[in-house]
Design a protein around this ligand. Structure first.
Ligand code: PEP
Ligand code: MN
Length: 263
């Protein structure tokens, strides 16, 4: 059902009036993890100043180590909702447990399914059974065919509001955290009718590569870019090495804004 052969027209996902996949390009910015109301509000204010209307932030964090910060859970979703209402933004947050979908959709505008859960089929089916956009990230070691099949799990349950997100894959290269597979963008655009985003933060794991990789994503035809922003990355509870502070975010926006297609 996600194949362009089945449906030649682009799917446009409407997130609180922000259209993803309509030929314009969007930016999703926000902290890696929701840490406090003050932290999320500070980022929202900065993002809004830059014209960003889509705010991200993880409340359930799938961390590699069980001893690392696991997120604030439902409390984090409530913080996101409060900030979204106050700043008139839409919020995107990762859900890791199918049982949390029903409660999560009361607070968030887009359900994110993270790389580690791309083949959590029960989670995919649960997200497919609700009327809420889903941002599906490519698995750490998933082929594009596996990625497309994961999206198929969602759409087969009835939910066609799916946004694909390339976030880098595991390769032998160690210079970056993951290897950004930029060619995935045109391949997914050709083979499916779904919007395709590029997460420059998790693909590179390097702050100094965010601008060039975002430029590449926009140039190759991605429907948007996701990047992480934190008021003080040095003390961030996750992804300290690659989140941008507000000055870096301003530089980032200055560099990429002229390249963003608007409609
Ligand atoms: C995230 O976006 O918060 C995240 C954990 O990313 P990924 O699932 O791509 O690793
Ligand atoms: Mn992160």
């Amino acid at each position: 059902l996600v194949s362009r052969k089945k449906k030649p027209e682009d799917t446009i996902v409407d997130v609180k009036g922000v259209k993803i996949g309509d030929g314009s390009q969007v930016l999703i910015a926000g902290p890696c993890a929701v840490e406090s109301y003050e932290q999320v509000a500070a980022v929202a204010e900065e993002a809004k100043k830059q014209g960003v209307r889509l705010l991200r932030g993880g409340a359930f964090k799938p961390r590699t180590s069980p001893y690392d910060f696991q997120g604030l859970g439902v409390e984090g979703l409530k913080i996101l909702k409060r900030v979204a209402d106050e700043y008139d933004m839409a919020v995107i947050s990762e859900i890791v447990n199918p049982a949390d979908i029903e409660i999560a959709i009361q607070y968030i505008d887009v359900i994110q399914i993270g790389a580690r859960n791309m083949q959590n089929f029960e989670l995919l089916k649960a997200a497919g059974a609700v009327n809420k956009p889903v941002l599906l990230k490519r698995g750490l070691a998933a082929t594009l065919d596996e990625f497309v099949n994961a999206a198929e799990y969602i759409i087969s349950q009835g939910n066609d509001q799916i946004i694909l997100c390339e976030r880098g894959i595991r390769t032998y290269e160690t210079a970056t955290r993951n290897t950004l597979d930029i060619s995935a963008v045109p391949i997914l655009k050709q083979e499916t009718h779904l919007p395709v985003l590029v997460d420059v933060t998790h693909s590179t794991g390097r702050r100094d590569l965010l601008i060039p990789c975002a430029k590449a994503a926009l140039a190759i035809g991605a429907d948007g870019v996701m990047a992480e922003v934190h008021p003080d990355p040095a003390v961030a509870l996750s992804d300290s090495a690659q989140q941008m502070d507000f000055d870096q975010f301003a530089d980032f926006m200055n560099e990429i804004k002229p390249l963003i297609k608007v409609k």
